[in-house]
Design a protein around this ligand. Structure first.
Ligand SMILES: Nc1ncnc2c1ncn2[C@@H]1O[C@H](COP(=O)(O)OP(=O)(O)OP(=O)(O)O)[C@@H](O)[C@H]1O
Length: 274
């Protein structure tokens, strides 16, 4: 499923937090959204899965405006893994994952063989088959994150929107999740904080700063020392890590006293605010 964002802007609290963002993710491709805290990544993702209507601009799935289509149609096509998503802790893993089939069911519909197969497949793919009967409240944060991914996959989406999907996951499960997502035959738009993971798994990287799209393209073209340095305010060196860019990052001093650490940056912000 092709995703097109055209001049998308969102204003919150009188401030433009996403400004005039246009980008395309072709069908089956994986685009990573990177940018500093507060740069508008989550807000932009929310416009795609219909949680936040943009003030202007359009979002199209295979050419159809997401905000004009019936909500159920969007829900059947778009799987979502948000930050800090809440789940009913008293539900079992299987029950939670089964909720991912909701957009496919009418009000009085019963679970069909296809629904059950989709849930089983999602549990298998995320390595959760053995957890099916466990209560979600008894799981670790990382295990719960996998349950939420399984719930998104159970809907057999054609577009996956992921907001920091590797939060709470240990290194192996971060890799497992992104390998799994990359190998699915779906389009992916994922906000990631790790430049290394973005460069390893995404076909293209979209860089946001202050709500604006600074660059979008293959990692080797976009994640340059100059762009990383400017956008994240760090010193970056980029090396070849097995055919894709790898990064060494150090703090960059932005203070008059040239002391590179958080507290001096905080002091500067405080003195600017006074
Ligand atoms: N409801 C709201 N009202 C006012 N401002 C908001 C609201 N929601 C978000 N913001 C602001 O919009 C900006 C973008 O927030 P957003 O959560 O999209 O950033 P982000 O890039 O996802 O950040 P992070 O990496 O920290 O998750 C932030 O400055 C945030 O404070």
């Amino acid at each position: 499923m092709r995703l097109d964002l055209d001049a998308v802007s969102v204003t919150l609290g009188g401030r433009t937090v996403v400004g005039d963002v246009s980008l395309t993710v072709p069908s089956g491709r994986f685009a990573a959204l990177v940018g500093p805290n507060g740069s508008g990544k989550s807000t932009l993702l929310r416009t795609v899965y219909r949680a936040r209507r943009p003030n202007s601009g359009t979002i199209r799935l295979d050419g159809r405006d997401v905000w004009s289509m019936p909500p159920a149609h969007a829900a059947r096509n778009v799987g979502v893994l948000m930050q800090e998503q809440h789940t009913g802790f008293e539900f079992t893993v299987a029950e939670t994952v089964a909720l991912g089939r909701t957009p496919h069911l009418g009000f009085f519909d019963r679970f069909t063989r296809e629904d059950r197969a989709a849930v089983t497949e999602a549990l298998d793919r995320t390595g959760l088959a053995a957890y099916a009967g466990r209560r979600v409240g008894q799981l670790s944060g990382g295990e719960r994150q996998r349950v939420l991914l399984a719930r998104a996959l159970a809907g057999r989406p054609r577009l996956l929107v992921l907001d920091e999907p590797t939060n709470h996951l240990d290194v192996r499960h971060q890799l497992d999740l992104l390998e799994l997502v990359r190998d699915l035959d779906v389009t992916v738009l994922a906000a990631l904080h790790s430049l290394d993971l973005a460069a390893t798994y995404a076909d293209t990287i979209a860089v946001l700063r202050d709500g604006r799209l600074v660059a979008h393209g293959p990692a080797a073209e976009v994640l340059t020392p100059a762009t990383i340095g400017e956008v994240f305010e760090v010193k970056a060196t980029v090396h070849n890590a097995g055919g894709r860019p790898g990064f060494a990052l150090r703090p960059r001093c932005v203070c008059p006293d040239r002391r590179c650490h958080w507290s001096c940056r905080e002091r500067r912000l405080l003195s600017d605010a006074r």
